[in-house]
Design a protein around this ligand. Structure first.
Ligand code: CAA
Length: 263
């Protein structure tokens, strides 16, 4: 199954159809070193390929989702080294490899690259006391894993500018109020229960429809409105070619629970 031996993450299948990846590098507050990202990408590829997994939860510990890219690894990097090795580019595999929905469950610190990783998720849940921020400016650098783009799209230019230029952090409660987080929870336990329940709900639907739904919402981030609406309509039309559309609508008419064929 998806279970392998990893050093910096833990992988499990806690609910039917749900895969969980837990960042587990407690000594460095889950700082996202290259070896950790490499393991994360392997786990994502394994879940993507798994016929039993339909949705994924990504979390850290109660104390830290992730405290950023690994500052000790980055400190000696040169421009030419970072540029020719496309440093950080492999982080984007999260957004390209995984066609299955990803729910991020954020507790504690989600700073720098940790905040950026959370912003890459499809659904972001957090605790009220979660500590988000893009503190790179304090280190003499800038966000490098999409923060200036994704945070700006999430909260608007003025607020993103303030956060990125001051490096000030924001709470889980603020994240929810500003639309960065879909929901906020009073405790780590409630957060994990909420994230797993949502992933399980998603995993109960037609895999074809779920993949299409994720794809069209993501298109809204890249396309002008007119093109995005047309893209959605094309995929909506295409789903009349799936068995699950017939199964879902027939079950509604018969007042029964749909038994998806996933075809
Ligand atoms: N990289 C490497 N190690 C880190 C780390 C990071 N991003 N964040 C924390 N650690 C390590 C600390 O060095 C410390 O290790 P030692 O015990 O060996 O000294 C250990 O984790 C525990 O950290 P603290 O003792 O600092 O814990 P704290 O509770 O006092 O503070 C914190 C917590 C406020 C999160 C603090 O650790 C901190 O400010 N971390 C750095 C946050 C940061 O600047 N992140 C942005 C990184 S840049 C980036 O991510 C670039 C990008 O856009 C891709």
């Amino acid at each position: 199954s998806a279970r392998r031996s990893y050093e910096f993450i833990e992988v499990s299948e806690p609910r039917p159809g749900v895969g969980q990846i837990t960042l587990n590098r407690p000594k460095a507050l889950n700082a996202l070193s290259s070896p950790l990202i490499s393991e994360l990408n392997t786990a994502l590829r394994t879940f993507q390929a798994s016929p039993t997994i339909a949705a994924v939860v990504l979390t850290g510990s109660e104390r830290a989702f992730a405290a950023g890219a690994d500052i000790k690894e980055m400190a000696p990097l040169t421009f030419s080294g970072a540029y020719t090795n496309s440093f950080i580019e492999s982080w984007s595999e999260l957004t390209t490899t995984l066609k299955k929905p990803l729910v991020a469950a954020v507790s504690g610190h989600a700073l720098g690259g940790g905040c950026e990783l959370a912003l890459m998720a499809d659904v972001l849940y957090c605790t009220a006391t979660a500590n988000f921020g893009q503190p790179e400016i304090k280190l003499g650098t800038i966000p490098g894993a999409g923060g200036s783009q994704r945070l700006t799209r999430a909260v608007g230019k003025s607020k993103a500018m303030e956060l990125i230029l001051t490096g000030k952090s924001f709470s889980g409660e603020e994240a929810e109020r500003w639309g960065v987080a879909a929901r906020v929870f009073p405790s780590y336990e409630a957060l994990m229960e909420g994230a797993l329940a949502t992933a399980e709900t998603i995993a109960g639907y037609s895999k074809v429809a779920v993949q299409a739904a994720k794809e069209v919402v993501n298109k809204s981030q890249d396309l002008p409105l007119r093109d995005g609406v047309e893209y959605e309509r094309r995929l909506f039309h295409a789903l009349f070619g799936s068995q699950d559309q017939k199964i879902g609508m027939k079950a509604f008419a018969e007042k029964k629970k749909a038994e998806w064929s996933h075809e």
